[in-house]
Every structure is written in C-alpha cells, then in structure tokens.
Design a protein around this ligand. Structure first.
Ligand code: GDP
Ligand code: MG
Length: 176
C-alpha cells in the first residue's frame, strides 16, 4: 500500500472542506472560525477554515490517501507553504461561476508552482450553478491556456463521492 499525501487547495468557498469531508473515511478534522468582515463581502459563508482540513481514504488496493484541505485566505499562506511542501500531488479547486476569484486562483497556482513540481489537477466546482463559465474560458484566466503541459481539467462536485473519487483517481494515476 502506497501512502499518498494529497492537498486540496483553491479559493474561499470553492469546496475544499466539502471535498475532504466527502472523501474521508474517518471523521474530518476541521478548524474553522467566523469569517472576517472583509471576507464576508466575497462569501456567503459564515465560517472559514483557518488551519486545514484533514481526512483519509483508501482509494484502491494500493493507494492510501492522506487528504489536506488548505485554508482559502492569503494571510494564512504559511500554512499552504507547510502543506504543499509535504504534498505528493494536489488539486486546485476553482469556482466556475465566480470570475472575480479567478485571479486569486491564478496566484495560488503560481505559489504552488514556485514550491513544488508534483502532479496536479484543476477541478472546476459549482459548474451546476447558474453563471458557470466554460472550462476553456477559465483556463485562460489561470494563464495556462497555452501551456506546453496543461494539467487535467475536470468538473468536480465536491458534494458527490463519485465525482471526487474520479478526480482522485485521475490525480493519483499521475503519481505512479
Ligand atoms: N452547488 C454546488 N455547491 C457546491 C459545490 N462545491 C461546493 N459547494 C458548496 O459550496 C459551499 C462552500 O464549500 P466549502 O467546502 O465550505 O468551501 P471551502 O471554503 O473551499 O472550504 C458549501 O455549501 C458546499 O456545499 C458544487 O460544485 N456545486
Ligand atoms: Mg474550508
């Protein structure tokens, strides 16, 4: 059995905590507090993750996943630093119907790329919501439209187990 550390990152409200909860076979450790006023303007949520979410999943006969969800706020990026440096692979979640968050998602991607070169997948969430932009459009905003090695881009609904299982399969297939 191979242990694989997977980081789930992305913007506030993209679905990171939901992803970890849906994935995990053990009770998720989630560290939250009330959102600050500045975040409240950009979010409908009352709480936000301040440290990280942690879960565990046996994906198949030879993959034991440790799953860490990052906090979504820049001022906690020391935590991203710690998490990403220990990651074997990561998923960047982007809220497809929130164009205002795309530049922040691009910043996250740059932050990660600066620190690690590990397999990754871009997961578009909220694609079932009105106003969701097409993948080709979003990828342009992330600055990877013409990248030589464009990472896999998937629609992910973090509330659905089959959806996150597929994403984790695509991700971890790249780690072998
Ligand atoms: N309709 C829909 N709701 C989603 C999707 N992904 C996440 N959500 C919801 O968005 C909200 C924020 O998710 P959360 O996991 O707390 O975001 P985080 O800030 O990234 O940890 C929750 O109410 C989720 O159920 C999606 O793909 N579709
Ligand atoms: Mg969260």
């Amino acid at each position: 059995m191979k242990n694989i550390r997977v980081v789930i990152t992305g913007t506030v409200g993209a679905g990171k905590s939901t992803f970890v909860k849906t994935a995990s076979e053990v009770d998720v450790v989630e560290i939250e507090r009330n959102v600050s006023d500045s975040d409240r303007e950009n979010s409908f949520k009352e709480t936000t993750t301040i440290a990280f979410d942690f879960g565990r999943l046996v994906l198949d006969a030879n993959k034991n996943l440790y799953i860490y969800g990052t906090p979504g706020q820049t001022r906690f990026d020391f935590m991203w630093d710690i998490l990403i440096k220990g990651a074997d692979a990561y998923i960047l979640l982007v809220t497809a119907n929130q164009p205002s968050s795309f530049s922040y998602a691009k910043d996250i991607l740059a932050f990660m790329n600066d620190r690690v070169q590990v397999p990754m997948v871009i997961g578009l969430t909220h694609t079932d919501c009105s106003g969701a932009l097409p993948a080709a459009e979003i990828v342009k905003h992330l600055g990877i439209a013409n990248a030589e090695h464009c990472p896999p881009i998937l629609n992910i609904n973090p509330r659905e187990k089959h959806s996150i299982m597929k994403a984790l399969q695509v991700l971890t297939d790249q780690t072998i």
